[in-house]
Design a protein around this ligand. Sequence first.
Ligand code: ADP
Ligand code: ZN
Length: 619
Amino acid sequence: MNVGDLLTQLADSDNPRQGNGMSTPLEILSESFGHKAFRPGQADIVDLILSGKNVLAVMPTGAGKSICYQVPSQLLDRPTIVISPLVALMDNQAAGLRANGVSVSAIHSGQSREENVSQWKDVAQGRTKLLYLSPERLMQSRMLSAMKALDPALFVVDEAHCVSKWGPAFRPEYADLSQLKVLFPNAGVAAFTATADASTRKDIAEQLFAGQGEIIVHGFDRPNLSLTVSSLTNRTQQLLAWMESQRGESGIVYCLSRKNTEKYAEILREEGFNALPYHAGLSSEVRFETQERFLAEPAVVIVATIAFGMGIDKSNVRFVYHLNLPSSLEAYYQEIGRAGRDGAPSETGLIFALDDIRMRRQFIADDGSDTDHQMREHRRLDALLGYCEASKCRRQVLMAYFGETSEPCGNCDICLNPPDLIDATAEAKALFGAIAATGQRFGATHVIGVARGEETPRILQYEHDKLPVYGISDKSRQWFQGLLRQAVALRYLNVNMEAYGRLEIQPKAQAVLENDEPFKCKDPTPKKAAKSSKRRKPSYSKNPSFDERDSELLSRLKALRMDFAKQLGKPAFVIFSDATLIDMVSRKPKTRDEMLDVSGIGPSKFDRFGEAFLAELGD
Ligand code: ADP
Ligand code: ZN
C-alpha cells in the first residue's frame, strides 16, 4: 500500500492529521509501550501534536520526551521524521521501539547503503511510520525532494537547543532546519530539549515554526534523584567514599580536564571498579566502544568530561558524581538528569571548591565574548553558587530557578541533615575588615592571612601586619575558606576576575561592617571526609515493602534480564528498565494479567519475556 492509499483509507478521521480512528493515545501508550498512564505534561503535548499544532517542549532529561512523539507517530496518517544528532541515540531509540513491537526505520552512516535504501522503502511503502535521521542527511537536496514526495505529517527535532545561537550547544547543521517550515507547510514541527532558558526557547520557536506554536515547560522536578553537595576536603577520598556505596551500579563521574578523567578512572580501577575514561581527545573508535560498553555491560563507571552524555540513552544510570563545579545550574541539571531516567531512586553528588569558582570566573572572562554575554554567564554561575551554599531544601532552590515550585523534598542532604546556622558576625567582620583595610586589592589567601595574623612575606612586605584588623581571629584557614565561600555565594563579596580574583565588598558586607548587621552561615568547621559516607545507601524508599528477600529477588531478575540482553545483543534496559523490575518485585505478579499491570510491560514485551520472568518470580 502506498502513502496515497493509506491517506484515502484513513480519510474519515475527525482530525485532519490523525489517521488511525481505532486507537486512542492512551491505548497506544499501554499496548505498544506498556505504560499505564501518561506522565504529567506528556498527554498535553501528544494532544497538541495530534491537533496539528507546532510545539516546543522543554522537559528535563528522563522526563519522557520520546513518548510525546512516538505515541502520536502511531496515530498520524503520514510518516513522522525524527531528526536526531547521533547514531548511538538513533540506534538506541530504534532498539527500544522494536523491543516494544513498534516498527521503525533509521538512516545513518553506520549502515550500508543497501540497508539505508531498504529502511527508506519501509517508510515510503507505509510499513513503518517513524524514520530517524540526522539533520545533515535530511537537508541534502536529494533527500529533501524524496521527502517532499513522502509528505510527512510531522518533523520532530530532538536536542532542539542546537538550533539556537543563544543556546549552550549551537550546531551549524541544525541552523538549516529553519527551512523546514517553508519547505513543508503541510507538516507540523515538534521540538524537544532538556535545556533552554527563556530567550533560547523563543529563538528556537522562531527558527523552527516562526513562533506559530506552543512552548511547554514541564517536569523539571525529578524526585527520584537525591541531591548532595559537599565542600572539597580531598577529592580522591571523597570520590572513593561515594563510590563505596555504588558498587555494582552504573554511573558517571564528571571532571573538568581530560587528564583527570584518566587519573580518576585509574584510581577507581585500582579499587576494583570497571571504570573507563571518556573525553574528546580520545579517538572516535575508543569513544564509540566506551559508549557501547556503558550501554551494554552492567556496572560500568564512566569518568568523563562533559563531552560524554548527550544522546546517551541509558535509563538505569544509578549515580552521577561531579568532581568539579559545572558551568551553570542548567548544565548541572542536565548532567545529573542522566541518572535515574527509569524513575528508580538514583544518587547525585557534587564537590564544591573555592578554586573551581575562581576558575569558572576565569573561563568566562577568557572566552572573549561581549560583556553582555559575560554578565549573563556570571549571573548563571552566581545562581549555581547560591545552590551549592543553600541552607534550605536544594530541590526548592533548583525548582525556583527553573520556574517551578516544590515542597521540601526529603531527598537532599539539607532536608535529611539540616545545617545548624551559627552566628559568625565577629569573624565576618574580621574578614570583611581585612578586605576593606587592604584596599580590596587582594585575593582569599592574603586577606585570610591578615585576619588570622599570619607572617607571610607578602603580608610583611605590604606591612599589613600593622593594620588594626591583623590577627583578630584565631579560626583556622580552612574555617575561613568555608566562611568566604558562603559570603561569596550569598553575594556579600564579589570575586573580580578581571583583577586576578581580588575580593570586593558588596553592600551586604558593608552593612555587616558599618551597622553590625548579623552574619549567619552554616558552620564552616571542616568535616572529616568520612562523614560523606554516612549518606543513605540507595534504598528503595518509595517502596516501603522492599526487604532483604526482595533485594535478592531483584538481583535474580536482573540476572535473567542480562541473559536476554546477551542473547539478543541488546542493552539490558531495552528488555526491562530497573523501574519495571522494581515494580515487578513489589507486585510479585503470578499471572499474565497481573504481569501486564507492572509498569513498563505491554502485551508485546509480555509475549517475549513475560513467561520467563513469571517463572523466576514463582521459584
Ligand atoms: P527523555 O528523552 O526525556 O530523556 P525518555 O524518553 O528516554 O526521556 O524516557 C525516560 C524513561 O521514562 C524511559 O525509560 C521511558 O520508558 C520512561 N517513560 C516515559 N514515559 C513514561 C510513562 N508515561 N510511564 C512510565 N515510564 C515512562
Ligand atoms: Zn530537599
